[in-house]
Design a protein around this ligand. Structure first.
Ligand code: SF4
Length: 345
């Protein structure tokens, strides 16, 4: 009987302790979810050390993932960083083609991706078999592809570009050489306008950057006439026409840091706002609205958002899913990526 009283006493004691603990946490503004996330972040950081791994994350990843990364950047920065990694494992928090590029640039490392289904509408718009036929039909053309494509498409390419260096690289091609530009027609149109070069464009697009609503953007600007509009060149021409600045994600971050304006309307994937807020905490950053009436009033990439903090943890723990690229494709795809890195210096 005494034992029963003792067990009951202990249970009540534990319950009260738990209540006090939860109360302290909520007084400090820490919810149960915050606490679990904090725990998960700490476990990821421990696991990273234990496994000798680095985490490379794209600006479009959710904020919690960016917080545990060793490097956060755009496609160009991530490629340059992937090449330098000498840890055993690269966990790539981004989409499939980015992890593939890291593997091609640093093949002796184990490259893992939290969700293998994290693809890209641009990469999917350019199936390698169709692209091969397209290039074969224009054998005199230099083939330039935006990095947002599969390793197989890169293997059919002369020079890869990112949004940060596309204009510079196209300008470096002799004027008499005709050019195929794939897969992003919007970036292609922008590059044609900037360089004055006519290019043969592949008909691909990014669903996230095509989702911006011009009408809502104009309405938003009317309410914020003191704002600067900044846009990624994957956006459609009518959106780019409204912009005070057009550039890659890294370029956009640099612009909000250096431009004296205090308010910006940002037309790219909303994940970038996390990094921007860290860089310019006192400035006002408003995401450009999408056609869809969603709760964030912004445009988010469903592929990028397939990666979660829990998946990052599981991926590091199990060292899977792993990225593999066939040797022959890897060798062929490396050449145009290295050309890009060389021309970006
Ligand atoms: S934002 Fe667009 S280009 Fe970038 S990964 Fe998503 S679908 Fe692809």
């Amino acid at each position: 009987m005494l034992d029963l009283y003792w067990v009951a006493f202990k249970s009540v004691f534990c319950f009260l302790n738990m209540c006090i603990f939860v109360k302290i946490l909520s007084k400090k503004g820490i919810t149960k979810i915050d606490y679990r996330m904090k725990n998960l972040k700490e476990r990821i950081l421990e696991l990273k050390k234990e496994k000798n791994a680095v985490i490379l994350a794209h600006y479009y990843q959710e904020a919690d993932i960016q917080d545990v990364a060793d490097y956060v950047g755009d496609s160009l920065g991530l490629s340059q960083e992937a090449m330098k990694v000498d840890a055993d494992i690269i966990l790539f928090a981004g989409v499939h083609f980015m992890a593939e590029t890291a593997k091609i640039l640093n093949p002796s490392k184990k490259v893992i991706l939290p969700d293998l289904k994290a693809g890209c509408s641009l990469a999917e718009s350019c199936p390698p078999e169709d692209f091969k036929k397209f290039t074969e039909a224009h054998p005199d053309h230099i083939v330039i592809t935006y990095v947002n494509c599969s390793a197989e498409v890169k293997a059919l390419t002369d020079i890869v570009v990112t949004s940060a260096n596309a204009v510079k690289i196209v300008n470096s091609i002799p004027k008499d050489k005709p050019i195929i530009f794939a897969p992003d027609k919007n970036l292609g149109k922008y590059v044609m306008e900037q360089t004055g070069r006519k290019m043969l464009l592949w008909d691909g697009a990014c669903v996230v950057h095509e989702a911006f609503s011009l009408d809502k953007l104009i309405a938003l600007y009317k309410k914020n006439p003191d704002a600067q509009i900044i846009a990624h060149p994957e956006s459609e021409t009518h959106i780019l026409k409204t912009a005070n600045y057009i550039g890659s994600t890294a370029g956009m971050i640099n612009y909000v840091k250096t431009n004296p304006s205090n308010k910006f309307i940002v037309a790219t994937e909303a994940g970038i706002l996390h990094k921007m807020k860290q860089e310019v905490p006192d400035k006002i950053l408003i995401p450009a609205p999408s056609n869809e009436d969603n709760t964030c009033a912004c445009s988010e990439c469903g592929y990028m958002k397939m990666n979660t903090l829990q998946k990052v943890y599981d991926c590091l723990l199990n060292e899977t899913p792993e990225i593999s690229v066939p040797d022959d494709i890897m060798k062929k795809a490396l050449i145009p990526i290295e050309r890009m890195l060389e021309l970006s210096k």
